[in-house]
Design a protein around this ligand. Sequence first.
Ligand SMILES: [Zn+2]
Length: 83
Amino acid sequence: MKCVTCNHGKAKPGLVTVTLERDESIVIIKKVPAEVCDNCGEYYLSDNITAQVLQRAEIAIDNGAEVEIMRYAAYKNYIFSER
Ligand SMILES: [Zn+2]
């Protein structure tokens, strides 16, 4: 996949740290699988992963977290065990 941000690099599978901010809350999710540009570092998440990242952020914000740091992999296990 060609990077649409810099138009030069190629996006390759990798792990990124996603930071989401809403109001007073900051949610940081580490080791999220993504396509990462080898030129500019821009990353692209699949729809499925974006949905999971946003869902996890919503839960943390609803719980009143000001700063929440988590790992994506741990969340996946959590989903499987809860459902
Ligand atoms: Zn790029």
